[in-house]
Design a protein around this ligand. Structure first.
Ligand code: SAJ
Length: 427
């Protein structure tokens, strides 16, 4: 096989559906496959079952052109792309069951010479595991004929349709021929550089990128604890240090959230537990930050008993509605459970209702930012949503402030100069 005309994409989520749609936009016939019937029905109607700018137009055009379709079962094609989840188990090893299930759907359709690409973020050795799984299911096929490659996604949610085209890609093949064929497929829509390597190096490159960020955020989070102990303003400290031409410290916060940076480093730790000391410690340091913030808030609660606390933000990072692995959510939930006599007034501009995990808690409510601040004695800023930049110094006067993101750092000098009541804890 040299020219790929038909592709089956397994998993129509945040990565699979954009990939399917952009392939269709470039003239390839694409079958999307998903276990969730709701997703299949939506895609066949030209709709997108989640929020991602520009994706709707691509899906609608693909369906209208007859180049994109979706189904619950896998359809035969020249190439298969797996974009299914790889969550981790309780012991931090990866759960490969979604990959295996996708492979089981592909195996009976293989005739030999097809290309199979794994896009899911995976521990080192997973592409080989996939190849062996397919070979075991089809002993009648020559294992050397199976063309299996790994091409990790690197796109940032919210910018997926642009970054699919503009980001460099890494393609790792089980064989050089598999890598070259996969490169040719991505060249149909990717305008940036496509670099080829072997499968395990491609797997590690993705994990290393996210671990690099995790380790650097852990450094910033450790600095915030040290600075708090020594009475230093950590935001000023980092700003000053970053004036050095070769220093670029990231920003501390209430912890690291999302389904990538808080997860991927564990795959490296599981693969090389003795060697991955720094990477493991970064995970521990970042995971300890929510508890540290909770302690700070509880110190304030103890000082002003039974008074209301405003919690600003629940999302895992600014200006999104994604609550997965969110430290802000964890902090809010734990505080409300541990302090039943305290009233917690939550603001989250990007959601309309509190998640179900709050349902049994009578001391929590969701309201507007202005109202939450107005009714609180202690104000805890957990996410740096743009909306919180509009808060005026006058609204915070007389309140205890815990700004875990440093979003109000500039305002602080203005406030601190006037009422002695405002105390900032630099998280
Ligand atoms: N964070 C900080 N301080 C910082 C930067 C981030 O506390 O200075 C926190 C954020 O608030 C958030 C978490 O880290 O809780 C992760 O946010 P992020 O914006 O750093 O990354 P993600 O998880 O949205 O996306 C990452 C990206 N990877 C890298 O930047 C190396 C993206 O390119 C990947 O495609 C994505 O992971 C993925 O899917 O793996």
């Amino acid at each position: 096989m040299t020219v790929i005309k038909e592709v089956s994409v397994i998993g129509l989520g945040y990565i699979g559906l954009p990939t399917a749609a952009i392939l269709a936009a470039n003239g390839i016939r694409v079958h999307g496959v998903d276990v969730n019937e709701r997703n299949v029905v939506a895609v066949n109607k030209g709709e997108v079952p989640f929020v991602e700018p520009e994706l709707g137009d691509f899906v609608a055009s693909g369906i209208a052109a007859g180049l994109l379709s979706a189904s619950l079962d896998t359809k035969a094609a020249d190439a298969y792309i797996l974009a299914v989840p790889t969550p981790f188990n309780d012991d931090y090893s990866a759960d490969l069951s979604y990959i295996e299930a996708a492979a089981d759907g592909i195996a009976p359709l293989l005739t030999g010479n097809e290309l199979v690409i794994l896009e899911s973020t995976s521990p080192p050795g997973t592409t080989e595991h996939l190849a062996r799984h397919l070979a075991a299911a089809r002993p009648d096929l020559d294992m050397n004929q199976l063309l299996v490659a790994h091409c990790p996604e690197r796109v940032l949610p919210g910018f997926v349709m642009k970054e699919l085209v503009s980001n460099d890609r890494i393609v790792g093949g089980m064989t050089p021929r598999a890598a070259e064929l996969a490169k040719g497929l991505y060249e149909t829509f990717c305008e940036a550089e496509i670099l080829t390597t072997n499968a395990i190096t491609a797997e590690m490159s993705k994990l290393v990128e996210n671990s690099y960020r995790d380790v650097n955020i852990a450094f910033a989070n450790e600095l915030s604890k040290i600075s708090d102990k020594l009475g230093i303003n950590v935001w000023e400290l980092i700003d000053l240090a970053n004036h050095h031409p070769r220093v670029n410290i990231l920003q501390p916060g209430p912890g690291v959230g999302g389904h990538c940076i808080a997860v991927d480093p564990w795959f490296i730790v599981a693969a090389a537990p003795e060697e991955a000391q720094l990477i493991r410690q970064a995970r521990i340091t970042n995971d300890s930050k929510p508890h540290w913030v909770i302690t700070k808030v509880e110190e304030q609660i103890a000082e002003s008993e039974n008074s209301a606390v405003a919690l600003l933000g629940l999302a895992f990072k600014k200006n999104i509605d994604d609550l997965r692995e969110s430290p802000a959510l964890q902090i809010s939930l734990d505080l409300a459970k541990k302090n039943p006599k305290t009233r917690f007034i939550i603001s989250e501009p990007n959601v309309d209702v509190l998640p179900a995990s709050f349902a049994t808690l009578g001391n929590v409510e969701l309201t507007s930012t202005a109202e939450a601040i107005d009714q609180a004695v202690t104000v805890v800023l957990l996410v740096d949503h743009d909306e919180y930049s509009d808060v005026l110094p006058a609204q915070l006067e007389g309140k205890q402030i815990i700004d875990t993101r440093g979003q109000w750092r500039a305002m602080e000098t203005e406030i601190v100069a006037t009422p002695a009541t405002l105390e900032s804890i630099h998280a």
